[in-house]
Design a protein around this ligand. Structure first.
Ligand code: ADP
Ligand code: MG
Length: 734
């Protein structure tokens, strides 16, 4: 029988292995097994260093038995005495306990001096690390590792160590892969040989042999390089196909028109657009004039002037008889967009009304708390086309909302909306899809943008509008310098005396059950154990009764009715509130230029990007902004170091990178990626920028010549496999 990629495993392996591999990893075919790559390469002459064993991880270690003991115990369930066998193994320096219940024969199998591969989940037992009921593969015994292997020619020096489970050990995977590789001749390669040579990559068949059975680490690395490229290439091909499809959809072109609302808006603009804004605006202007829908991500720091750019795009569409919808994640933000857009448009926002700009348009707001009569009016204006701009929250997605001619959808703060939600809105345009502009203030590193947001074109605003002073950030370590906190409250009073306002941000509202509290970052559990995070209610009470007694202090948080929130924001914006003690509801997009000082309490409980977003709320006017990060974290702890990094740089892209590095790959790609078998095993979307860029380029070229991959059957199969796999759900985030 000819063994190939699609051959079922039971055609090559025994029943037992086939079943075990299916149960443990869902493997069905030879291809599934060969794509299960080793996690690392171990030198058989060296025991595994125990120093890196993490609690909770499933590990495979090469180790030597140093002691064996056996106890009997009375099982809780009653019955006869049972045995517990404890075997201590070593890596030459450290020790690890292997514990077996009711397997008395282990003491015969694992005698002193035995060397083996042991796989299991690491846990803590009486303060030392142990593997409970690990699987064991005895390799031999002897003090000199080179002596022990009797069947030396089968034993390779370099051992692949596979991701294993309790039922399938790394050794079993190695043996199964060995059998399969003996039977397989050549696997079909999505990259033709000349292309491999050009890219400096191994042919697929050699790469697969070398990744599983390398002669040395160099061979292994070369194999990984080829397979890593393949992972990037398949993902990028899927994304290139999507972009191709998008370009082939029809859209109503909305070119710039002379003398329209946009031209008049530009003429009335009280400032000049920055070079960055002009560049991005030109890209959007160009996209809107095309006959296929725009699909663009606009990223830029808080305050970089995205909203103005988006508004100009909306006006360009309105000038062409279309309508624009602006979707915001919160009511506060939707209401603020509404206010600032109406203000920026001036009389142009009162189109059709008596005594006002007749050629203007109408702007309407639709949120969950819009009153029934207003809602009716807004729905009518949207459906009739009288409203050129419809701003709202999730309420915009409801079925009752209809448009006369939806030409542009703007989604603010992308990461809070899923694809389905975006789709629900674009569907309101009928058969011809609208242009889509997605805005985010959380900078996305290029590699992630290329993968997770791979089917969006990306525009970036890097500079802040001129004259704005960067926000100064300081850490206030209350444990070491309680006097600095006293001084900070005094600073708040001084700012207010100068006619400015301040925010005090706390991690929680107060009064909620413990279980509802925000989870602290993983490395901060010891702080969490000390006391609950500070609450808005408590902090506000303390300030009013103490350091800020003379000031107008108010609380703002998500549990207030939205009318009250809105009212508070309006009064704060109007300068009738001095200090707003709040949760992170003010994180996104809130714009009060007169606010100059922000204190973040228990700052270590917030993520890097979140802190950066938060401090973007101050210093938005002409006065410089100051952000004080108050923390009890001692110097040298990871959380304190993180805060110091936030204080040291104002580059959002650098911070986003720090943030990503402190997280795990799975969080970037979505939960399913941390599942059993990932479609990305070797590729890191954080580190492999160059590989991704090369793969993207090749994919783009391939798809533009052969969109359906008719003449690339192997690649087409891979693409099909990826699209089918539920693990590709990270692709759905774009
Ligand atoms: P973003 O949405 O990116 O956070 P905004 O569009 O809300 O930023 O802009 C922040 C503030 O800067 C607003 O008050 C806006 O009017 C102002 N602004 C925008 N562009 C410029 C510019 N080119 N020059 C001066 N001020 C600007
Ligand atoms: Mg904004």
């Amino acid at each position: 029988m000819k063994v190939g990629w699609e051959t079922k495993l039971d055609g090559v392996l025994g029943d037992r292995s086939t079943k075990a591999l299916r149960a443990a990893f869902g493997m069905e075919t030879v291809g599934d097994l060969l794509r299960h790559y080793p996690r690392r390469l171990d030198d058989r002459g060296q025991l595994t260093d125990f120093a890196n064993l993490e609690i909770g991880e499933h590990v495979t270690v090469l180790a030597r038995v140093v002691s064996v003991s056996e106890r009997t115990y009375k099982p809780k369930s009653g019955g006869r005495l049972a045995t517990r066998t404890e075997i201590t193994v070593t890596d030459g320096q450290r020790q690890l306990l292997l514990t077996f219940f009711r397997q008395p024969w282990k003491k015969g199998q694992l005698k002193h001096g035995t060397v083996g591969l042991f796989s299991g989940k690491v846990n803590l037992f009486r303060n030392s690390r142990q593997l409970l009921q690990p699987t064991c593969d005895v390799l031999g015994s002897g003090t000199d590792l080179d002596e022990f292997d009797e069947n030396a020619e089968r034993m390779r020096r370099w051992w692949p160590i596979y991701p294993a489970t309790a039922s399938v050990s790394s050794k079993m995977l190695m043996d199964s892969v060995g059998l399969v590789l003996d039977a397989v001749e050549e696997v079909a390669d999505p990259l033709p040989p000349p292309l491999c040579a050009e890219l400096g990559l191994l042919p697929l068949t050699s790469a697969l042999r070398q990744v599983h059975q390398p002669a040395d680490p160099q061979e292994w690395r070369a194999a990984c390089e080829r397979l890593r490229f393949d992972e990037a290439f398949v993902v990028q091909t899927v994304l290139a196909q999507r972009r191709h499809l998008m370009r082939s959809l029809p859209a109503v072109p909305r070119p710039v028109t002379a003398g329209g609302l946009r031209a008049r808006f530009d003429a009335a603009l009280p400032f000049t657009l920055t070079n960055g804004q002009l560049e991005v605006a030109a890209e959007i202007e160009h996209d809107l004039a095309l006959t296929s829908p725009m699909h663009r991500l606009l990223q830029g720091e808080v305050g970089s002037g995205k909203t103005v750019v988006a508004l100009r795009a909306m006006l360009q569409v309105i000038d062409n008889g279309g309508q624009a919808a602006l979707l915001a994640p919160t009511e506060v933000l939707a209401a603020q967009h509404y206010r600032s857009i109406v203000a920026m448009l001036g009389p142009m926002a009162e189109g059709g009304m008596l005594g006002s700009d007749f050629d203007g348009t109408q702007v309407v707001l639709l949120t969950g708390s819009t009153s029934a009569p207003r809602r009716r009016g807004a729905l009518e204006d949207a459906a009739s086309g009288a409203a050129g701009i419809v701003i709202g929250t999730h309420a915009l997605l409801e079925e009752a909302v209809e448009f006369a001619e939806l030409g542009l959808v703007v989604v603010d703060e992308q990461h809070r909306f899923g694809v389905e939600q975006r789709a629900a809105l674009t569907a309101k345009a009928g058969f011809t899809p609208p242009h889509v502009l997605v805005m985010t203030a959380t900078p996305i590193p290029r590699t992630v943008a290329m993968t997770v947001f791979g089917d969006l074109d990306v525009s970036t605003l890097r500079e802040l509008p001129g004259g704005r002073v960067a926000i100064q950030t300081n850490v206030i370590p209350v444990a070491e310098r309680p006097d600095w906190l006293v001084r900070a409250w005094q600073r708040v009073r001084e700012e207010v005396a100068r006619g400015h306002q301040s925010y005090v941000v706390c991690p929680r509202i107060g009064g909620e059950p413990e279980s509802a509290m925000q989870e602290p970052p993983a490395d901060e559990t010891e702080i969490a154990a000390r006391r609950p995070p500070l609450a808005v209610a408590d902090v506000a009470a303390e300030l009013v009764g103490g350091p800020l007694a003379e000031l107008r202090v108010f609380m703002l948080h998500g549990r207030l009715p939205s009318e009250e929130k809105d009212d508070l924001m309006r009064r704060f914006a109007a300068g009738r509130i001095d200090v707003l003690v709040s949760t992170t509801v003010i994180e996104v997009g809130v714009d009060v230029p007169n606010a100059t000082l922000m204190m973040v309490m228990d700052a270590e409980r917030f993520g890097v990007s979140q802190l950066h977003q938060l401090r973007g709320r101050v210093g938005r006017g002409s006065a410089p902004g100051l952000c004080l990060l108050v923390t009890e974290s001692p110097q040298g702890t990871p959380s304190r170091t993180r805060l110091e990094k936030v204080a040291a740089t104002s580059d959002g892209f650098e911070l986003a990178q720090i943030d990503l590095e402190s997280r795990r790959e799975g969080d970037v790609l979505g939960a399913s990626q941390s599942g059993r078998r990932s479609s990305l095993q070797l590729l890191s979307v954080l580190r492999d920028e160059e590989v991704i860029a090369r793969a993207r380029h090749l994919a783009e070229e391939t798809v533009s010549r052969d969109p359906l991959l008719d003449s690339h059957p192997v690649l087409a199969d891979e693409v099909e496999r990826l699209s089918r796999s539920e693990q590709a759900s990270f692709l759905e985030k774009s």
